[in-house]
Design a protein around this ligand. Structure first.
Ligand code: PLP
Length: 369
């Protein structure tokens, strides 16, 4: 099998799986329990929290452990708007967001919030002039992804933050799920940042919401029994220890992994150049891990099915989107519904080999005539 869907999920690094197993076996106690087993688990949790915070250059108390990026995004959007009802009901975001953001925004719209989506420039970046003119006194939230999951566009977060800073009551949330482990993420520009380690060779079932100290947020899961006032539930110590290992490895190996992926991206773009039916939807400024393409006359789902016959795994939009609808992200950059319906996503890894790329190109060849 040739796996080219690393933006949906990555295989766990054996060192991560080992950390998970070790913590599962070594700490039978609940970190909230007062007995020695509980206290040993609580100490391991505090150590992991401190180490993860140091890796991210944030404070330990700014970390909220969640079940994944979906929960982290829901908590950020619902929790920040609930805490800022006095500010207003105006929200700014983009058409590039993952469903865990866009569907939460649709819910907020249903309950009375006004949502403005920023125009996307042909470069794939948000229009900062539009952000500047859309920001208002009653804007309670701006939510942007650091890297979007379909095209891989990198957004100018520091520039956006400089504009948002003029509105101190506005919460700035960044979904960094597709950025972490791929490119450096500066947490200091945002009020909250979400990510999940299963995108960088960690495990599914854990995630993080960073919330800047002093920024108001209403919890969405109630019940206590946690190490955080913002998220109830027994802390998932083994998942958190696995996350710690995945993050440490991803940051230590980030540059080397990036270079390998960038070389794969250059190879594929060169091989597809001049093929009349192919449109490359990912801008050249996108992260190299994501290459979004369209083949004229074919739906993305048809390309996915054709490649599956050769045991090649790619995705149509992100794993959590409905394939029958045209990609909002591709439409935002190309303004073409046909192109958006035809789009599909290759996502690459440092584990990808040149032989796998050649097999992909071979399987695509009959579709390009
Ligand atoms: N945000 C982005 C940009 C994503 O790509 C994803 C997953 O594909 C998510 C959020 C949701 O992550 P999770 O699967 O951990 O809930």
């Amino acid at each position: 099998m040739i796996y080219l869907d690393y933006s949906a999920n990555t295989p766990a690094d054996p060192r991560v799986a080992e950390a998970f197993l070790r913590a599962s076996l070594d700490y039978p106690g609940n970190p909230n329990s007062r007995h020695p087993a509980g206290q040993a688990a609580a100490k391991a949790l505090a150590d992991a929290r401190a180490h993860i915070a140091a890796l991210l250059r944030i404070l330990p108390e700014e970390l909220i452990f969640t079940s994944g990026a979906t929960e982290a995004n829901n908590l950020a959007l619902l929790g920040s708007t609930a805490a800022r009802r006095h500010v207003g009901r105006h929200i700014i975001s983009t058409a590039l967001e993952h469903p865990s953001v866009s569907a939460t925004l649709s819910y907020l719209q249903e309950v009375g919030y006004e949502i403005d989506l920023l125009p996307i420039l042909p470069s794939g970046c948000i229009d900062l002039n539009a952000l500047s003119s859309l920001l208002r006194k009653d804007t309670c939230l701006v939510s942007l992804s650091a890297v979007d999951s379909e095209l891989g566009t990198l957004q100018p977060l520091a520039e956006a933050a400089a504009l948002i800073r003029h509105f101190p009551d506005c919460h700035f949330h960044v979904d960094a799920t597709q950025a972490m482990g791929k490119v450096p993420v500066d947490f200091s520009v945002a009020d909250s940042v979400s990510f999940a380690p299963h995108k960088f060779y960690g495990l599914v079932g854990s995630g993080v919401l960073y919330k800047k100290k002093g920024i108001p947020l209403y919890p969405q899961l109630h019940g206590g029994e946690s190490d955080s006032p913002y998220r109830s539930g027994t802390p998932a110590l083994a998942e958190i220890r696995a996350l710690e290992t995945a993050l440490e490895l991803a940051l230590a190996e980030e540059a080397a992994r990036y270079d390998l992926v960038a070389a794969h991206n250059v190879y594929l773009r060169a091989a597809l150049k001049g093929k009349a039916k192919v449109t490359v939807n990912s801008p050249t400024t996108a992260v190299p891990h994501i290459l979004n393409l369209s083949i004229a006359g074919l739906r993305g789902a048809a390309v996915q099915a054709a490649l599956a016959l050769s045991d090649i795994c790619i995705s149509v939009k992100s794993a959590c989107s409905t394939d029958a609808l045209p990609s909002r992200a591709v439409f935002a950059v190309s303004r073409s519904r046909k192109n958006a319906l035809a789009s599909f996503r290759l996502s690459l890894s440092h584990l990808t080999t040149r032989e796998e790329l050649d097999a992909l190109l071979g399987a695509l060849a009959p579709l390009l005539h």
